[in-house]
Design a protein around this ligand. Sequence first.
Ligand code: PEP
Length: 245
Amino acid sequence: MTNKYIYFIANWKMFGELGSLNTLHKVTKFFKNFKNKKFTKIIYCPPSTLIRPMSKKLKDSGIDVGGQNCHENENPGPFTGFINCKMLKSVGAKYVIIGHSENRKTGENNKLINLKIKSALKSGLKIIFCIGETLQEKRKKITKRILNNQIKSGLNKIKDKKNILIAYEPIWSIGSGLIPKSNELLDTINFIKSNNKNYKVLYGGSVSTKNILQLRLIDNIDGFLIGGASQDSKKFIDIIKKSYN
Ligand code: PEP
């Protein structure tokens, strides 16, 4: 288990304030001497207002920062309330989450997600591309069809995929405390990788200190996108530590 490169991506969603950055020193201190550092990539995706202060705090720590979404237009424009990838990059982001189900729910479709991914790649950001099925789709046993469609449309006409991480996040698992059965997760991740053997595929949805050992046994997973548990630095550190037990 130990020699595998693993991503731990913290999705802070619309949580966190300037004061919460103080908790970062615990994570940087832990990571500085972590024995599995060279196999571990930590990325924080805070609300946009915290990207600059966070990237300053994390400078030289080996931990990167990313945005949680972006506008599809690379150039400035009349898009009230939005920011684009160049803007994210200019404040220190190296990554951006695109296609999160919380944004798909408010109207982002696969075509728009494709435009956003293209724009992010042009701006030199790496992408955390989220896909996942609803509970209803899972019950109908059409998960693979849904994921295939999300991947094909989201990555349409994108040849170079090396800067894209795919985060499989079953929607019914996000924030619910539920995770897929291990055999189902193994099968789904293998299915995603069957599209392209070079894909790095992460799992997201209710990852916690309690289930990380079980999840780490599924050895085709390349890392985790962690929402709730990532906002507490102790829990986040514990998840990382337990991953290498
Ligand atoms: C997420 O929203 O990306 C996520 C994984 O959330 P949680 O860990 O809280 O389920």
